[in-house]
Design a protein around this ligand. Structure first.
Ligand code: SF4
Length: 235
């Protein structure tokens, strides 16, 4: 079986670029950054509860890899401080704040409360559109989603093709124990809110702490049908 299924066999772009790539997630990540998409790949990170592991791997492979952080304007102050501290700790050299278009925000969300009335519209303006623009120069991007995080993520493949770009999910098969072990082995700093029961951390208005019996992402858009912001919608 191909390690890249999906993407489907009719995806010649992804298959051609990664034909000789190793199967295992971290080796695949290294191959993508240093060989297949060298200089044409970015990482998208929320600098959330588990982000340090993927970012540590990136720093090890090439600390100059662009890291895109969606600065929605609605983050917890702890997340912004953690972003700076973690980037310094890992010596990441190209962390970029990706911001929404101020003209669009002034027009559609002048009070910053659109999340309350229409979370999908808010995510579209503060996350989805800015990321699409930021990814335009790149052929591939990396993210840190894992299958264990939620039922909606249970079938994440190692590689997909979305909106014409290759999308790598190198940690898709990792479980919570492996992540915890990596935090310990690398002595990675924790997000300050992770100590207070926040196992998945997004924008402040749309995130709550979760209990041990809940999915780690149950605190995102709690009480709504919405489970994803839209940047991971199927292509
Ligand atoms: S997570 Fe909430 S505040 Fe952040 S962009 Fe989406 S709806 Fe808006």
């Amino acid at each position: 079986m191909s390690p890249f299924s999906p993407p489907a066999p009719e995806d010649p772009f992804a298959l051609a670029a990664l034909r000789d790539a190793p199967r295992e997630g971290v080796a695949l990540l290294r191959h993508a950054i240093t060989v297949a998409f060298r200089g044409r790949i970015a990482v998208v990170s929320s600098f959330g509860a588990e982000s340090a592991v993927l970012l540590a791997l990136i720093a090890e492979i090439d600390p100059a890899t662009p890291v895109l952080f969606l600065e929605t304007g609605q983050h917890f102050p702890e997340t912004l401080a953690y972003r700076d501290a973690l980037a310094r700790h890992l010596e990441l050299r190209d962390v970029r704040d990706i911001r929404p278009d101020p003209v669009i925000l002034a027009q559609d969300d002048p009070t910053g409360e659109l999340w309350y009335f229409d979370a999908d519209a808010c995510c579209a303006r503060r996350k989805v559109a800015p990321l699409a623009a930021a990814l335009a120069p790149f052929e591939a991007w990396v993210n840190g989603r894992k299958r264990f995080q939620a039922a909606s993520r249970a079938a994440i493949p190692p590689v997909e093709r979305v909106d014409g770009k290759v999308k790598l999910n190198p940690l898709a098969e990792w479980d919570a124990a492996r992540l915890a072990a990596e935090f310990t082995a690398r002595a990675l700093p924790r997000h300050p809110l992770a100590m207070r029961g926040f196992r998945s951390i997004g924008c402040a208005p749309c995130t709550r702490a979760t209990g041990p019996d809940e999915d780690s992402r149950a605190g995102r858009w709690s009480g709504q049908i919405k489970t994803e912001c839209g940047i991971h919608a199927p292509g």
